[in-house]
Design a protein around this ligand. Structure first.
Ligand code: NIG
Ligand code: FE
Length: 388
């Protein structure tokens, strides 16, 4: 099935042209054939013929958002913690254990129903690829269940058995590490592509994290890391040394961290929904970009530190609070996410890429930051199929 999207006022391709990373084309058109993009160019040169056509009416089109960091399979609610934070109580990793208890108590049907509501919610906001982590089960049975449910909605599943040490292992840390790197990994591995660890005070040390990532890698899972979220630490340098595809959060960085990232192909994934929801300082995206680091933006959608699925909100926060230009923020939320997932078939609009597109109800991508909180996604296509 072919589709011509034409009369596009501003097309963000992310195919670099003349030093412009966004590869912007004005008065553009796109031809989709089946699930892939067949042709991209100026409208005047578009293929002719009897092709079903969408008239973008001068509005902006960009690649579908790539949300490379979420925790969407969970039970329960932690609005009370958010409310307490807004009166000055700090965020603490220990809240994760509350969601673990609620998730273990939820049936597959309950978890699946919540997950599919969240997936519908993020699609309506233009996200066409989403990564989903386990990490609220923390038993062999529950982590496997979470990975299986996540795999029903995405190919990008991450094993995060090393989210925190669960309460029942509080006095037996080593036993929990043996479980995560042994039977739990064996059981989850068939459903997952990535292994992640929360390398932070209150969660896992750098040595423990190294061991977990190495065990995952030995089983074919590629590493990614939660690091430097709550304070300075070894997470970023550990991620770079482990060849992680991304290190996520990057809120508290020193010059060595920035230099390590700049000399690597590990993506720094920034999650401004967390700083918004925890009243922490935002990460300094400008410093990273100026050092030559590849930056991605993601939602970190989870019930504790960032309960939003909105990539347009991440773009707006990155522009307003983190020193990014609108073009840099949109690139980071699309091509940056694709880099963080080591994908070349998404995050750009070019022949051969997946037909994952967003049509904004706005003339330019700048409106994503200029009109925060306004639902601007008029249509989205994933693999050539309309989502809305
Ligand atoms: O990415 N940092 C660790 N994990 C999540 C928070 C999870 C929670 O508080 O439930 C995060 O922010
Ligand atoms: Fe996270």
């Amino acid at each position: 099935m072919a589709l011509l999207v034409t009369n596009i006022g501003e097309l963000t391709t992310n195919v670099e042209r003349d030093g412009d990373a966004t590869g912007t084309v004005r008065d553009a058109a796109i031809l989709v054939e089946g699930t892939r993009i067949a042709w991209v160019g100026e409208r005047a040169d578009a293929p002719a013929g009897d092709i079903p056509t969408v008239d973008a009416a001068g509005r902006a089109v960009l690649p579908g958002f790539v949300d490379s960091h979420t925790h969407l399979v969970f039970g329960g609610d932690r609005a009370d913690e958010f409310e307490a934070r807004m009166t000055g109580v700090p965020y603490a990793a220990g809240g994760i254990r509350r969601t673990v208890a609620a998730t273990r108590a939820a049936s597959d049907e309950e978890l699946r129903a919540r997950l599919s509501r969240l997936v519908a919610e993020l699609r309506a906001q233009g996200t066409t690829t989403v990564e989903i982590k386990t990490g609220y089960g923390l038993t062999v049975h529950d982590e496997t269940r979470l990975a299986r449910l996540a795999a029903e909605v995405t190919d990008e599943v991450t094993f995060l058995g090393a989210h925190v040490v669960p309460a029942e292992y509080a006095d037996r840390r080593e036993d929990y590490l043996d479980l995560v790197t042994g039977p739990m990994l064996d059981a989850v591995r068939p459903h997952a592509r990535w292994v992640d660890v929360f390398c932070e005070r209150g969660a896992f040390t750098a040595d423990e994290s190294r061991r977990i990532l190495a065990a995952g890698a030995a089983h074919g899972l590629r590493p990614r890391v939660h690091g430097n979220q709550l304070g300075p630490g070894e997470g970023v340098r550990l991620a770079v040394a482990s060849g992680a595809a991304s290190v996520d959060h990057c809120t508290f960085l020193d010059d060595d961290d920035v230099a390590a990232l700049a000399g690597s192909d590990t993506v720094a994934t920034l999650l401004p929904g967390v700083e918004f929801s925890t009243r922490q300082p935002y990460p300094d995206a400008r410093r990273l970009l100026d050092a030559g680091v590849t930056v991605a933006l993601a939602s970190d959608c989870n019930p504790g530190s960032s309960f939003t699925s909105s990539m347009p909100l991440m773009v707006a926060l990155a522009v307003r609070e983190m020193g990014m230009t609108p073009a840099e923020a949109v690139w980071a939320a699309t091509a940056g996410g694709a880099r963080a997932l080591r994908r070349t078939d998404i995050g750009r609009i070019a022949p051969g890429a997946r037909a994952d597109l967003v049509l904004l109800d706005a003339p330019t991508r700048v409106h994503l930051a200029y009109r925060p909180g306004v639902p601007l996604v008029a249509q989205a296509w994933k693999d050539g199929a309309a989502l809305l």
